[in-house]
Design a protein around this ligand. Structure first.
Ligand code: SAM
Length: 213
């Protein structure tokens, strides 16, 4: 079902978000299918972005908890970053710490943030998120884990990055996951990790967890 309403009161930002959605949906646009390779550099022009419904929930929850410091793995072309940055601005100030390994995508995300006049609310860290998100500089209020498949039998990137950033999430903070990686779900459903978690019926299942311990 297409999203036909938004909680964001910013015509410039809404126009940009709409344009990015249309680019993705256009045949031959960044949503086109191609043979899969595991190298993120092969997809410098593809967003793989969250759905607008997920962005709206991110914005709404960040406003609800008055979030000031948030983080995401990963940023891609900045679609999710725009929702976070708008919430930071509308909360009276704050920073979204982004992460992206493909330099061309970092440049695109920064361009989008500048176009939306939100660049002052974002810090995009270029490189491998397993390094760049190791130190978030203090507790954060919300983390998005929107990862990337890697071949092999080892832990998913979502799980690896979660183990690095989850301890930096404050009690009462939110952890959202886009791709329902089984080992991510195992992590948030293990009570010893301090989360309670719910699967929202959005996309293939959007996991929304709250840190309670
Ligand atoms: C699903 S996309 C993120 C979409 C973004 N959240 C949005 O809504 O627009 C996943 C991104 O992870 C990036 N990526 C893959 N491996 C990475 C790594 N080790 N560190 C940082 N970014 C990585 C890819 O280049 C890709 O842009």
């Amino acid at each position: 079902m297409p999203l036909d309403s938004t909680v964001i009161q910013d015509a410039r930002l809404n126009a940009l978000l709409m344009r990015l959605r249309e680019d993705r949906d256009r045949p031959g646009g960044s949503g086109r299918r191609q043979r899969f390779t595991a190298d993120p550099n092969d997809y410098a022009d593809r967003g793989f972005s969250i759905w607008p419904e997920q962005g709206e929930i991110i914005y709404l929850l960040c406003r609800a908890i008055k979030a000031k410091r948030v983080a995401e793995f990963a940023t891609s072309i900045g679609f999710s970053t725009l929702y976070f940055a708008a919430a930071m601005r509308d909360n009276g100030g704050g920073t979204v710490i982004g992460s992206e390994i493909v330099p061309a995508k970092v440049a695109t995300a920064r361009r989008h943030l500048t176009e939306a006049r939100l660049a002052a609310y974002a810090e995009i860290r270029e490189g491998d998120a397993r390094q760049t998100l190791r130190d978030l500089g203090g507790p954060v209020d919300f983390i998005l884990i929107d990862g990337w498949p890697i071949p092999g039998d080892g832990p998913s990137l979502a799980r690896q990055v979660t183990e690095i950033v989850a301890p930096q999430l404050r009690t009462g903070g939110f952890l959202m996951n886009d791709n329902a990686e089984p080992d991510f779900l195992e992590y948030v459903r293990d009570p010893s990790n301090g989360f309670i978690s719910l699967t929202l019926p959005i996309k293939r299942g959007t996991e929304l967890a709250v840190r309670v311990g």
